[in-house]
Design a protein around this ligand. Structure first.
Ligand code: FAD
Length: 590
């Protein structure tokens, strides 16, 4: 765990900061309401509701639906001009243990077994199945248990209220149950079937916009609008209880009081370059996450003394370096490099990872540190492939195209030629990549890597990285590769469907890949009730968080398809349920 304790502020400091914000823009105060600030000023409240939900992605809207359904008066503030955040760009797949389809079909998703999988994947360095809390801290274990215990209840709730139409996720057009992202470990006793998706009325995949649209409509029918262009800029505290938020809109700030709590679902900080430089071990070059993911909660929660966790974490994926340097908000990441006649190499021309591993875990290969040379030899990786891949794969997968016409594709007739061209390309980018260069051995090593890879492909056995031995590699390969049988290239006849020998003669191609992310997943730490905790690990009353804005309860483990949205929705639900039970805070002082 990379929890970093933030220095707790004194109550005087907190209130002084808050008073400043509150005084800066209070407008149109609700007559008769007000409280004393630390500076002895009377704070004007402009509006009062039971629960404020901040953001309008999966986490915040699940919380809003749950709170409204529970009878609360709710306000939803979204800083962007359109609702939905990164969720709107997603596949709206959400991973939930023990969900209704499994239960209806009599398929057991045993609590202990499932928690063993979650604990093993999220905390591999601590996991010990027979130890108390499976070797984890009681808090970490409680969060995972809360996810197991509440995920399916949240799903039932969203279906039964009519806020979401839910179906099983079946690998989109391939129509087969989706395999988890770590299906081969013995702890995963149910390696398929836990992934759900939001469906349209006719049962198709609704994707992210559809998901947001369904929840927005449901709220709208109950007269709850998503108030766009409303940015929450501060958390307001009295007597150590969070009692409201400051909201910026049209250049003014209003103070909104809450009787029961504030639930943040504001996404991560993947588009805040300053925070990336401060918190990440290695730069995140680009992201397909929504540009409003700027980590707003981190300084706000810091000011009220929240403990921070997993700040160096992210839901990772590789990106095409040159696309990301042009615009770090990339259209699509290289979720999984497509193709069978393809491998990745580092600056030494060596393979470093199973290229068909899931995007989150594979991207971590970039972070290997060479202790002899004090360098990151994999900071950038090079996707090497031939005409077979360029002409027959990647089209319509949603990945960046790999055909030879793409401006970021470097080509050469021989590996020597390709190496020279890659060197030139890197030289042109040097100021933006920390002067990352190919080693002098690159061309020779690449030739050796090519021969070794081809030998493995012909025999069907990758002796270096076991590509294709894993269920994930084999089952997701057709989705990412989408082989075009009309391309004139043969269907792979070799024993390992994920590998095919590269042609003996060029042209050969290379794409420079860099570490990217869907979003980050660190921030204030929550407990198993989704309450943000203070530096001394006690809940900060009235303050909740869910989704990418908080320290992920799954840490950096991507359990299966939908493993970011599943927990985001679940902790949004838990937060709202807990806030609903909070006794209404009585009339404000003043
Ligand atoms: C192409 C793509 C496909 C993906 N597919 C999947 C998938 O199918 N399944 C899955 O599990 N994950 C998927 N992911 C990842 C997933 O989309 C995100 O992890 C998840 O949606 C985050 O949800 P959230 O509610 O935490 O944040 P978001 O959906 O990002 O919502 C946060 C919202 O808060 C708003 N906000 C921020 N600051 C403030 C503020 N100060 N005041 C008011 N509002 C604020 C933002 O504008 C934003 O609208 C995908 C990601 C991408 C890019």
């Amino acid at each position: 765990m990379t929890d970093k304790k933030s220095t707790p502020l004194t109550r005087r400091q907190i209130l002084a900061g808050i008073a400043g914000t509150a005084m800066a823009g209070a407008t149109a105060a609700v007559a008769g309401t007000g409280t004393m600030t630390a500076a002895g000023e009377k704070r004007r409240w402009d509006r009062e509701v039971d629960i404020v939900c901040v953001g309008s992605g999966a986490a915040a809207l699940t919380a809003a639906v749950t709170a409204v359904d529970g009878g609360a008066e709710v306000a939803v503030f979204e800083k962007a001009p359109v609702p939905g955040g990164t969720t709107a760009k997603s596949g709206a797949v959400f991973w939930i243990p023990n969900h209704f389809i499994l239960r209806n079909e009599g398929i057991t998703d045993d609590r202990t077994e499932c928690l063993q999988y979650l604990a093993r994947y999220a905390y591999p360095g601590q996991y010990s199945p027979d130890a108390p809390h499976m070797g984890l801290t009681p808090e970490a274990f409680a969060r995972l248990a809360a996810f197991y215990d509440n995920g399916w209840k949240m799903t039932d709730h969203m279906r039964e209220t009519g806020a979401l139409n839910v179906r099983e996720f079946q690998m989109f057009h391939l129509d087969v149950p989706a395999t988890d992202y770590l299906p081969d470990v013995p702890e995963n006793k149910l390696p398929k079937r836990r992934a759900l998706a939001v469906a349209t009325d006719n049962g198709d995949y609704a994707h992210g916009f559809g998901m947001i649209g369904q929840m927005e409509s449901w709220l709208g029918e109950r007269n709850v609008a998503i108030e766009t262009d409303h940015q929450v800029t501060d958390i307001l505290v009295e007597d150590n209880v969070v009692v409201g938020v400051a909201v910026q809109h049209n250049g003014g700030i209003t103070n909104v009081r809450t009787r029961k709590g504030v639930i943040f679902g504001t996404g991560g900080y993947v588009h805040n370059v300053e925070m990336i430089r401060a918190y990440q071990d290695m730069f995140i070059y680009g992201s397909c996450g929504q540009q409003s993911a700027t980590g707003d909660l981190i300084p706000m929660a810091g000011r009220v003394g929240a403990r921070m966790g997993n700040l160096s974490g992210a839901w990772r994926s590789q990106v095409v370096l040159e696309q990301a340097l042009e615009n770090r908000a990339v259209g699509a990441p290289m979720f999984v490099p497509p193709g069978d006649a393809m491998f990745l190499v580092n600056k030494y021309g060596r393979r470093v990872v199973d290229e068909h591993r899931n995007y989150n875990d594979r991207t971590r290969a970039h972070f290997d540190f060479d202790v002899a040379n004090a360098e990151y030899p994999n900071q950038l990786l090079f996707m090497i492939y031939d005409d077979r891949v360029a002409e027959s794969t990647g089209s319509g997968t949603g990945l960046p195209p790999v055909h030879s016409r793409a401006s970021y594709v470097v080509s050469g007739q021989t590996f020597g030629d390709l190496s020279v061209k890659l060197r030139d390309r890197l030289a042109g980018l040097a100021g933006k990549t920390g002067d990352f260069q190919l080693d002098k051995s690159f061309a020779d090593s690449l030739e050796e890597t090519f021969k070794r890879f081809n030998e493995f492909a012909r025999k069907g056995k990758d002796l270096d990285f076991q590509r294709g031995d894993y269920l994930y590699d084999r089952e997701w390969h057709p989705l990412w590769t989408k082989f075009n049988e009309d391309s004139g290239h043969e269907v792979n006849p070799y024993p390992n469907s994920t590998m095919y020998p590269l042609a003996d003669k060029g042209p050969y191609y290379a794409i420079i890949l860099a570490p990217g992310a869907l979003d980050t997943n660190g921030g204030p730490v929550i407990n198993d009730r989704a309450q943000v905790v203070s530096a001394d690990n006690r809940p900060i009353p009235g303050l909740y968080g869910a989704g990418n804005c908080i320290a992920s309860p799954a840490r950096n483990a991507y359990f299966g398809p939908g493993a970011t949205i599943g927990p985001a929705m679940t902790f949004g639900y838990i937060a709202a349920r807990h806030a609903l039970k909070t006794p209404v805070r009585q009339e404000t002082r003043g």
